[in-house]
Design a protein around this ligand. Structure first.
Ligand SMILES: Cc1cc2nc3c(=O)[nH]c(=O)nc-3n(C[C@H](O)[C@H](O)[C@H](O)COP(=O)(O)O)c2cc1C
Length: 325
């Protein structure tokens, strides 16, 4: 089980326990003691099984946009069990959630020591890319390889996006960001390219207040901006209408753009399209013409509270290879 370690004392004691068991990598007393001391002030995860610490990993901030994998170690007898990857996944998820854009890690360049060659291969398998070698960063015998990873790829953003229903910070969302989000929606595919989805960006505080006043019980009450999603239910061909698919694709694109820009949102459709037809009241406030239906609102803003990931079913239960079995 991967545990986030809160206490500084525990971080150092785990670091000591594991690093002292890994003298092939951490054989120099002085630098090992430095790793142990620094671990206390870093973000730390440990893999624990039946109370025994199997490995640990620490992250530290090296710039406003970047975290560094400062140190990690897994007991030799626990190698090849996926523990390193699990530790890394937990740390990466944390860095993404905190809004960092890059992860870096330093190690001894490949081709110098066999043990470090394994480390290099491991980092590459996690998705790290070679950035630069600094031959004298440590000393000539230990050329430093810097690896880097972008945390803002589409796939990372998909994994980091979660519906947010908490309060928002009051900071206004810059118009350029709202335009980027709306453009992502307009870039979505649509059946027969009929482009049946439109949006209204609501950022004017007065208009926003009027829209929010229609939402009872209230949701997104503190959001500093909102994207209102409209659909035109026309047929794409014969009697086939793809309007729902069209606006769903547009909404997902916008949710990803929102997450990528560091904002939070939630797909509010059920809440506004129920029997009380909040959607029609919003349409009336926004002077939406006949033939266009309001189907969803997406609040946009920075989270004032923790963002929580919902529990999803196990991957294996939902994804099948080549046949259902
Ligand atoms: C068609 C649709 C309608 C939704 N309507 C609402 C809603 O009215 N209120 C709400 O809180 N969440 C709504 N959601 C968000 C889902 O509850 C949410 O996506 C789901 O719980 C999974 O969580 P996740 O988005 O964090 O992965 C809706 C999602 C979809 C796709």
């Amino acid at each position: 089980m991967i545990k986030y370690i809160e206490s500084a004392e525990e971080k150092s004691s785990i670091a000591r326990e594991i690093l002292q068991a890994l003298t092939d990598w951490f054989g120099i007393d002085e630098s090992r003691e430095q790793y142990i001391a620094e671990a206390a002030g870093q973000s730390c995860w440990a893999s624990v099984s039946d109370g025994r610490k199997e490995g640990f990993l620490c992250l530290k901030e090296t710039g406003k946009a970047t975290m560094e994998l400062a140190v990690m170690g897994v007991r030799k007898e626990c190698h090849r069990k996926g523990i390193g990857r699990q530790l890394f996944d937990a740390a990466k998820e944390y860095a993404v959630r905190k809004g960092y854009e890059f992860l870096q890690v330093k190690t001894v360049r490949e081709g110098v020591y066999e043990d470090y060659d394994i480390t290099n291969a491991f980092y590459r398998s996690l998705g790290f890319k070679e950035l630069e070698v600094l031959p004298e960063y440590w000393d000539e015998a230990n050329p430093c390889q810097i690896y880097v990873m972008s945390l803002k790829t589409v796939v990372q953003t998909m994994a980091a996006r979660h519906s947010y229903r908490g309060t928002f910070l009051p900071d206004p969302v810059p118009e350029a960001d709202l335009i980027t989000i709306a453009k992502a929606g307009m870039d979505a595919p649509s059946g027969c390219n009929k482009q049946t989805t439109d949006v209204i960006i609501v950022s004017d505080p007065e208009v926003l207040a009027q829209v929010k006043a229609q939402i009872d019980p209230p949701v997104a009450a503190t959001a500093p901006a909102m994207i209102v999603v409209l659909t035109r239910r026309i047929n794409a061909y014969r009697d086939r209408c793809f309007a729902v698919q069209d606006y769903s694709a547009a909404i997902e694109n916008m949710l990803l753009a929102i997450a990528n820009l560091g904002y939070q949102s939630c797909w509010y459709e059920g809440h506004i399209t129920d029997d009380d037809r909040i959607c029609d009241k919003i349409a009336s406030v926004l002077k939406v013409p006949e033939g266009e239906d309001v189907v969803c609102i997406l609040p946009v803003g920075k989270a004032a509270e923790e963002v929580h990931a919902p529990v999803k079913k196990p991957f294996e239960e939902r994804v099948h290879f080549n046949s259902w079995s």
